[in-house]
Design a protein around this ligand. Sequence first.
Ligand SMILES: [Zn+2]
Length: 323
Amino acid sequence: MAEDAIKRKNDLLTLRVHNKENLKSCGYRLICHVMEEYEKERDMLKAYVNEILHSIFFLGIIYSDRITPGEFMSAARAESLRQEFPEPFDKYKSHPPKRTPFSILLDMMVRKHHTEDKVMEELRSLLEKLKFPHPLKKAGVKTQNWFTLESTVICVCSRDHLPSKTYFGASLTCCTKEARTIMIHNSCIYTWHKHVSYVVMSYKVGGKSDSDMPKLKFPKSITCQAYLRNWNTNTYDKVEPCLNCQRMFSLPGNNEKSYPIGNCAETECLSKLLSDDQITEKSVIIDNFDVSDFNKLKEQAKQELKSDLAIFCNQMFCHIGYP
Ligand SMILES: [Zn+2]
C-alpha cells in the first residue's frame, strides 16, 4: 500500500477512536450532571433521568463505532444506575427516544429557571463546567468532526399576549447525516406538533419543491430568536433564521444561507409553542394542509425510520410508531 494511503487509513482510525472517546466522555459528564440534579429532587426528576439515559444510550448505538451503556461509565456505576433506572437499559435497543439528550436537559433547566435570561445564563455556566468538545468541523478537513452531545443552536420564542412564558428549542446535536435523519424522522413521528411535522416531512420525506411546500404563517405577535454558542467567549450570539426556516415558518430575515433541517432550533421551540398554546395554534395559518397527505407522509417516515434503524443500528426496532 502506498505510504499516503497508509497514512490516510491511520488518520481515519485515529479520528474514529477520537470521536468515540468524545461521545463517551460527553455522555458520562452529562449523566454525572443529571444524577447530581436528581439527588436534589428525586421525585420531580425521575422521568427526566429515565428519558435522558434512554436518549444517550440510543445515540451510543447509531454511529458506526457503537458504545454500549456500560462503556459510558464503570461497570459498578452502570450496575447501580441499572438498579435504579432499569427502563432505559431495556429500551434503548428497541424504542427510539423522542428527543435528544440536550433537548431534555434544556427542559430540565426551563422547569427550574423559567426566564430566558436565567436559562441562558445557567446554560452557559453548565457548559463551562461540562467542557464538551466544540462541535465544529476543522476548516479544510471534511472528516474532522467532534462528536458531542451539545446543541450548537438554541432558539427562544414567546407571544405578546403572554410574554412571561417562553419556549425553548435546541438543534438536534447529531454528528452524521444518517443520525440526524433518524432523529428528524423520530421527531416528526413522535414529538413535534403536527403542523411543524407536516411542513418538515413535506420537505424531508415528500421531497416537495419550494412552491408546493406547505408553510406555516405565525401571527406577528410571535417573537422567535435563535442563538449560536460562541465557544471563544462562552456567550450566545443572536442569529437570523436561515432561508429554510424563513420559508417553512414565514419568519422575517435576510439570511440567504439554508441549513439542513435539524441544524436549526426554530423547529423545536415553535412546535412547543403550538402544542402548548391553543390561541396561537388557532391563529396560525397553514397553507396546503391535507390530512390524507399528512398521514401518508407519516407512514412513509415510519418506514424510512425502521429501515434506517435496521441499517445503522444493526438492530430491528419493533416499536416504531408506539404512542
Ligand atoms: Zn433554519
